[in-house]
Design a binder for this molecule. Structure first.
Ligand code: ZN
Length: 254
């Protein structure tokens, strides 16, 4: 339970000073919320930029993959063309030998070898045609992927530019808010500041608006007398449950 739960802080004639305390605590609360939000965004933006880099790199890898596929098929074609060349050379040698052969049987056998090589060559040529077809299809894919990559690159560069600008702006604002905070806490009594920090450690926030008659921090109902005191701005009022400093803004309704 909050140690000072029923304590109210009356300061008699020093109303202006008291108003300053709650105003400064509200201001500190707002600054702390802004600082937390800005710090979070300053962490998230570089991660978003990195994520976009990853997306671009994956699209680039797809293009590179297609280029490799095309080169590999071209290599296969070259090796098959060399095989055909080898077979044709062999056929040439056989043809020279044909003239030297005496018997019809030998002639027939060698001629069959030549014809067999013709079949092999024609098989290889069919393979080569298939590789050419694969290359054609891969080139079409490559064109599409390259177009997509260029489009993605354009979009990502634009997005990253916006994010970087946003980051610079938020970083600048963060430095500014931190400097404002440093100045503001100089003007807050050490005792209040200590209580403020303790509440932040415990609940994540130390100041709450009274919303529809309840504490905006823990949502417990505020006794009407306390709500009226907060509304009067004459005394510093804390929530009886969570201990947060309570304030009443003009837009609040009981
Ligand atoms: Zn509360």
């Amino acid at each position: 339970m909050y140690r000072e739960r029923y304590t109210l802080f009356f300061v008699g004639g020093r109303i202006n000073e008291l108003e300053n305390v709650i105003d400064r605590l509200i201001e500190l609360h707002k600054l702390d919320m802004d600082i937390a939000r800005l710090r979070k965004q300053c962490c998230e933006i570089p991660a978003q930029i990195k994520l976009l880099d990853g997306e671009l790199s994956r699209a680039g890898q797809k293009v590179a993959g297609k280029q490799v596929e095309i080169r590999e098929n071209e290599k296969k074609i070259r090796s098959r063309e060399q095989a055909i060349e080898g077979h044709r050379e062999q056929q040439g040698k056989y043809r020279v030998q044909l003239f030297k052969l005496k018997s019809n049987r030998e002639y027939q056998a060698l001629n069959n070898e030549i014809l067999l090589l013709n079949d092999k060559i024609s098989e290889i040529e069919t393979d080569i045609l298939e590789y050419f077809e694969r290359i054609d299809a891969a080139r079409k894919d490559l064109n599409r992927l390259e177009m997509e990559l260029r489009e993605l690159e354009r979009k990502i560069v634009e997005k990253q530019k916006v994010l970087k600008e946003q980051y610079r702006g938020e970083e600048k604002l963060l430095v500014q808010k931190e400097a404002e905070r440093k100045e503001l806490i100089k003007a807050i009594d050490a005792e209040y500041l200590e209580r403020y920090q303790r509440l932040v450690r415990k609940h994540g926030s130390a100041v709450a608006e009274i919303v529809s008659g309840s504490c905006g921090g823990c949502y417990v109902r505020i006794r009407p007398q306390l709500a009226a005191l907060a509304r009067s701005n004459d005394v510093l009022v804390n929530c009886e449950k969570c201990g947060r400093f309570l304030y009443w803004s003009d837009v609040s309704e009981s």
